[in-house]
Design a protein around this ligand. Structure first.
Ligand code: C2E
Ligand code: MG
Ligand code: MG
Length: 567
């Protein structure tokens, strides 16, 4: 920290007297900086600046009086030392000045007193400031752990809540309660209990280094605020990890070791309350229920606990699914508009769970994305698509190109191109694999997308924009992206026959895509009427239950074989 500069305000009309004072006080270490002024206006201006360390004022000035100056100074600060210097001050005037808040007065014929008086006042002012700080610390901090106390935590929590409201985020108040602390208190005494609490505070702080998020809110109780949450299950993860880290090692009490346990309760903003007071109270209610029920932690809302338990169980099952070979790919045809020949297929993942049966991607892809498991699963999908394509080649059926869906977290990984390259293998004839990427995903990082997709196209993969029409692509970028096709979102296909505007829009998309040299695929075609409309609009390929739903690989092999025989 830069050394504090001593700033002294000097009210003095006489240049000679001012020189004398500055020379005398100049002997102080560090040497003060002086500003000499002589009018009320100058004083008001000077007091609007940050703190002065001392004011020294002449008693009689032609334009101003020392007592008037004192009154003004005291209006700004009750604390700054104010020393009057006078040739003429009488006893009575001096007493009146002290009563009005002057710190001291020094006669001009005894100026030798000025330096010691100045130094004493500085010392006392510093002591006053320190005790003020001590009082503030007591009011806001817990002396045992050095953490914020309940009052300060409450104030900070209000600010976190305001920020969460602005940013439309969730936040969690986690209350952690040490168990069996009464035993320590009764058997080993208060100092041991304090030692335990202090060690727990240190451990929590190691886990949550931003001290503004942490507080001691009761004898055996801490509170933590978790901000910027996207998912409730994040809280469960963090919490389990925190409790594990904080309680794994025994605590040292006097000469012995003590294994502590803890319970936790969680209240969420906005679901469980909109104020600091309410969230903290609900977090405490949750911890009380956890204590009574023997759970390690509970959420305030019971359905939340159930939901998160389900989600965690699901994550657990998904974690095992890849290793156990429970994922499979089904294939759905994309057919030419005229011949209804299978022009390509799309790989759609399915999860055959021993506990849950066949699970569709909408029920587990979001969870794979949140947990990062999508990277491994996505790499598996690419690899499996390559293997299945090769299988068709080996079986001697005309193997169609295989489109693989890619999610946002896969594309935005730095090593995405490497992952795709790896999956394509080292054979000389590259497998006929294409990618489908949802529109909104591409638009998030357009430059990065262009770079990566160009590298991927160079590997021989075609790229289609999936669910087109839902993500408000900028047309300028559409021309720049190294893509091959647009897949019109199912919602437009569903709506186009009932709504002329939608029909016009689909027509416009087809024309636009063709003018950019792109192919157009219609998703979710379910009726002959839709086929006729799409044909008249010049759409290139169709996909939908009418033309064939997703089927397992071997069933697709049979379909492809029949098609070859018919040709
Ligand atoms: P998508 O890529 O837009 O796939 C089309 C979805 O519509 C598929 O659902 C398909 O079964 C369904 N569908 C096909 N024809 C029709 C139809 O005529 N009518 C109706 N109502 N639906 C039809 P699915 O298989 O449940 O997949 C849902 C989404 O999950 C996919 O949307 C895709 O975004 C994602 N997905 C599927 N497999 C993977 C994968 O391996 N990796 C990633 N990252 N995402 C995948
Ligand atoms: Mg798709
Ligand atoms: Mg789609």
């Amino acid at each position: 920290m830069a050394a504090h500069r001593l700033r002294v305000l000097l009210l003095e009309d006489s240049e000679d007297d001012a020189l004398l004072v500055t020379r005398l006080l100049g002997r102080h270490e560090p040497t003060p900086e002086f500003r000499r002024i002589e009018t009320e206006a100058e004083l008001e201006a000077a007091l609007s600046e940050p703190e002065w360390d001392c004011v020294i004022s002449d008693y009689h000035m032609p334009a101003f009086s020392g007592l008037a100056a004192l009154a003004i100074v005291r209006r700004h600060s009750a604390d700054v030392p104010f020393i009057l210097v006078s040739a003429t001050i009488g006893e009575e005037a001096a007493v009146a000045a002290m009563k009005a808040g002057a710190s001291d007065y020094v006669m001009k014929n005894n100026l030798a007193r000025l330096l010691p008086a100045f130094q004493r006042e500085l010392r006392e002012a510093r002591a006053r400031r320190e005790s003020q700080r001590r009082i503030e610390r007591l009011a806001y901090y817990d002396p045992v752990t050095g953490l914020a106390n309940r009052t300060l935590f409450g104030e900070r929590l209000e600010q976190f809540i305001a920020a969460a409201k602005r940013e439309e985020c969730m936040l969690a108040v986690v209350v952690v309660e040490l168990e069996r602390i009464a035993i320590v208190n009764d058997s080993l005494g208060r100092p041991s209990r304090d030692a335990l609490v202090a060690q727990m505070g240190e451990r929590l702080q190691r886990w949550m280094p931003d001290a503004s998020h942490l507080a001691r809110v009761g004898a055996d109780r801490f509170a933590i605020v978790l901000t910027g949450l996207k998912q409730e299950s994040q809280v469960a993860h963090s919490l389990q990890e925190a409790l594990r880290q904080c309680l794994f090692e025994p605590f040292r009490l006097e000469e012995s070791e003590f294994r502590a346990t803890a319970k936790a309760g969680v209240a969420l903003y906005p679901a469980d309350g909109g104020t600091a007071e309410l969230l903290l109270r609900n977090g405490e209610a949750a911890v009380a229920r956890a204590r009574a029920g023997g759970e390690q932690y509970l959420f305030y809302a019971e359905r939340m606990t159930t939901r998160i338990a389900e989600q965690l169980a699901m994550e657990d099952r998904l974690r095992r699914a890849l290793g156990n070979g429970e994922f499979q790919l089904h294939y759905q045809p994309k057919v030419d508009l005229d011949g209804r020949r299978i022009a390509a297929v799309e790989a759609l993942i399915r999860w055959q769970s021993p506990e849950l049966g066949l699970v569709y991607p909408s029920q587990f892809i979001p969870l794979l994305e949140d947990t990062g498991m999508i990277l491994d699963v996505g790499a598996w999908v690419l690899g499996q698509a390559v293997r299945d394509h090769r299988h068709w080649v080996v079986q001697g059926v005309s193997a169609p190109r295989v489109a693989v869906n890619v999610s946002v977290s896969q594309l935005h990984r730095r090593d995405f191109v490497a992952v795709v390259t790896q999956a394509m293998g080292t054979v000389t004839v590259p497998p006929a694999i294409d990618l489908e990427i949802t529109e909104s995903v591409l638009m998030k990082d357009i430059q990065g997308s262009i770079r990566k997709l160009s590298a991927i196209r160079d590997l021989g993969l075609n790229i289609a924009i999936d669910d087109f029409g839902t993500g408000y692509s900028s047309l300028g970028y559409l021309a720049k992206l190294p893509i091959h096709a647009l897949k019109i979102d199912r919602s437009f296909i569903v709506g186009m026959l009932d709504d002329p505007d939608t029909m016009t829009l689909v027509g416009t998309i087809v024309t636009l895509a063709h003018s950019l040299g792109l192919m157009v695929v219609a998703e979710g075609v379910e009726t002959e009427a839709q086929v006729r409309a799409l044909r008249s609009l010049g759409c290139d390929q169709m996909q939908g239950y009418l033309l064939g739903g997703p089927v397992p690989r071997d069933e697709m092999t049979a379909v492809l074989g029949r098609q070859d025989a018919a040709a």
